[in-house]
Design a protein around this ligand. Sequence first.
Ligand SMILES: C[S@@+](CC[C@H](N)C(=O)[O-])C[C@H]1O[C@@H](n2cnc3c(N)ncnc32)[C@H](O)[C@@H]1O
Length: 216
Amino acid sequence: MRLRNVSYAKDKIAAYPDYIKDIAFNETFSIDTLLKDPSRPLHLEIGCGKGQFIHTMAQRYPHINFLAIEQYDSVIIRALEKMIEIPCENLFLLRMDAEHIATSIPENSLEKIYLNFSDPWPKVRHEKRRLTHQRFLKVYQKWLKPNGTIELKTDNKAFFAYSLMSLNAYGMMFRFITMDLHAEDLSGNITTEFEDKFKTEGPIYKLIATFEEDKS
Ligand SMILES: C[S@@+](CC[C@H](N)C(=O)[O-])C[C@H]1O[C@@H](n2cnc3c(N)ncnc32)[C@H](O)[C@@H]1O
């Protein structure tokens, strides 16, 4: 993705502390202080980009709290602008690298983690940066409540295959896999910016997985 610098992004982010926080390297924070009603279930999107998915989810599911992480201020500024236009008191944005969030998310606190069109990092030497690398799975496992899920969508077949193998090797259970999401019933599907851009160019892959065996 070519990144266009948005010169006013930092100042605008600083002007809306109720909607977004810029987290410095190694800074920790308490999610309970960011959320209006911390008693609600909590979902997290990592790499939210311009925020279409998470902002729509927050409007559709007001009883759920949503946190969204994006590393670039020039990108997350577009999510903030959506929030300014249509405020959602159950959504909070974090400008930060997901690498640094581990200690700020309490164990057993999340019901869902969304990985939408994550950067595929195709070079083998960059494998550790993929958000479905086992070092990230270890962290997600701590954050998720029992039966909590990871929901992943991508247009990248190689990244999808890698993610299936990585989650499977970690012992995760798959609740849902499709090799062509847009050929399925899409009534519950909320698209992302990347999904809208690439859905006509080839299949969108999706999986839902959990660390626990479903005993119900
Ligand atoms: C390909 S874009 C997809 C954006 C959005 N999810 C969508 O589907 O339209 C991937 C996004 O993830 C962000 N990202 C990748 N790795 C990240 C990390 N470690 N921490 C925070 N954001 C990250 C990138 O900056 C980029 O905006």
